[in-house]
Ligand binder design. Structure first.
Ligand SMILES: [Zn+2]
Length: 124
């Protein structure tokens, strides 16, 4: 995979103030995380490396966002989901792809409410 475009990286850092955007986390970001996996095709409308699919994340939460905490086991993947969405989301635990989708959309909703999208380019 080609690295993230430097201008896009700079924009996401600016939008998020360089801080991890995982709910409740106040650590500085160490990387830019994809909410919907690039390899799985990105967002439902096909955006991969667009700011609407990216957020600043600390190391730990970048692993959670990618669904690969710790050893990447199913148990840890599910735990990351519960921490974010809570017990009410247990019914979503039917398939890893659906789990990842629900988490990504939840995070995207939080970011959309927090950020100003006025100056963003069209998704590519
Ligand atoms: Zn964090």
């Amino acid at each position: 995979m080609k690295p993230l475009d430097p201008a896009t990286r700079a924009l996401v850092i600016e939008l998020d103030g360089g801080a991890c955007q995982w709910p409740g986390c106040e650590h500085p970001a160490t990387e830019i995380a994809h909410l919907h996996s690039r390899g799985m095709g990105g967002t439902p409308d096909g955006a991969r490396d667009h700011p609407t699919n990216l957020m600043c994340a600390c190391w730990r939460h970048a692993r959670y966002t990618d669904g690969e905490t710790g050893d990447g086991s199913w148990a840890e993947y599910a735990d990351a989901h519960y921490r974010l969405l809570g017990r009410q989301a247990r019914h979503l635990l039917v398939h890893p792809d659906r789990l990842a989708y629900a988490r990504a959309e939840h995070l995207r909703g939080l970011l959309a409410a927090r950020r100003s999208w006025a100056d963003l380019p069209n998704p590519t």
